[in-house]
Design a protein around this ligand. Structure first.
Ligand code: ADP
Ligand code: MG
Length: 284
């Protein structure tokens, strides 16, 4: 399901003293099966943008086209439920949205809501819990008995259980330790490798560098740049985007300054940087 934003604008609190235009004339395309990151300062419009992907918010101007679904102002979409089944959004701190009495029931909620029988929902929930590495011994526990990281994985399983074609993640690694970040990102990579379109909002530029194929940079409600991570981080105007450089990139740049011949386009993570260092050493 390809996604297209055509001249999309959105204003909160229209005609109130709190009126605020959060999206301004957004044009972009997200290819089916791609892994796209959305980055930008707090308040740049990332969360507002992703809420347009399943009709939680409708454009005030312009339109959002997702496969055959068209979302525009003042038009009710007849098949919104069909769209929401295909676009799974994991909001920031999803662990706060768990509400059922057991882990299994919580994850079964979405598939049941979309028409699966009790048995089908259970099978889907078990599959999703397996993906996020929550063992069966947890199924009958209360979500509140789990650690924060486990709760987040359960909440993500709740979205995965719908088997969405498009998975949207708003800061899914926020607050996790480095190991937790790695595990979470490997999970999303695995899901992406199976053909799901992944859209990831993130502040973590190392994650963006390693996993994203395309990066959309938002600033003040506008699209500032759309590029591959390598293009973005090598952009001569990068400093004006007020984003952090990935740590692994900063390290590579420092090595280059010391005279070590590293090909920055090959640097994606510590592993690939190590390879480049070895290569540079062998050339000498
Ligand atoms: P980001 O996710 O990039 O931090 P948001 O999309 O959440 O940005 O917010 C963009 C702007 O819209 C911010 O200035 C924010 O204060 C404002 N905003 C977000 N949600 C609301 C809301 N429900 N009502 C009014 N203003 C909002
Ligand atoms: Mg946000």
């Amino acid at each position: 399901m390809p996604i297209r934003f055509e001249k999309v604008s959105y204003t909160y609190g229209k005609k109130t003293p709190f009126e605020y235009q959060a999206l301004k004339d957004i044009n972009l395309e997200i290819l089916e099966g791609s892994f796209t990151a959305i980055v930008g300062h707090t308040g740049s419009g990332k969360s507002t943008l992703i809420q347009h992907l399943n009709g939680l918010l409708l454009p005030e101007e312009g339109r959002v086209v997702i496969a055959d679904f068209v979302l525009e102002a003042k038009k009710t979409i007849k098949n919104i439920k069909a769209l929401r089944k295909q676009v799974g959004i994991v909001f920031q701190f999803p662990e706060y949205q768990l509400f059922e009495s057991t882990v299994l029931k919580d994850v079964m909620f979405a598939p049941k809501n979309f028409g699966a029988t009790e048995e089908e929902a259970k099978a889907k929930a078990q599959k999703a819990l397996e993906l996020v590495k929550i063992p069966p011994s947890y199924y009958e526990k209360s979500p509140f008995a789990l650690s924060g990281g486990e709760r987040r994985r359960v909440a993500i399983a709740g979205i995965l259980a719908m088997e969405p074609k498009i998975l949207v993640l708003d800061e899914p690694t926020a607050g996790l330790d480095p190991k937790g970040i790695d595990e979470m990102m490997h999970l999303f990579k695995e899901i992406h490798d199976k053909g799901t379109t992944v859209i990831l909002v993130s502040h973590d530029m190392d994650v963006v560098l390693e996993y994203a194929e395309k990066v959309i940079v938002l600033q003040d409600g506008k699209v500032l740049k759309i590029a591959s991570p390598t293009e973005l981080f090598q952009d001569e105007n990068f400093e004006s985007y007020s984003l952090e450089m990935p740590i692994v990139y900063q390290f590579a740049v420092a090595l280059i300054k010391k005279g070590i011949a590293i090909d920055l386009t090959k640097v994606k993570n510590p592993e690939t940087l190590a390879k480049e260092i070895v290569k540079a050493r062998d050339v000498k």
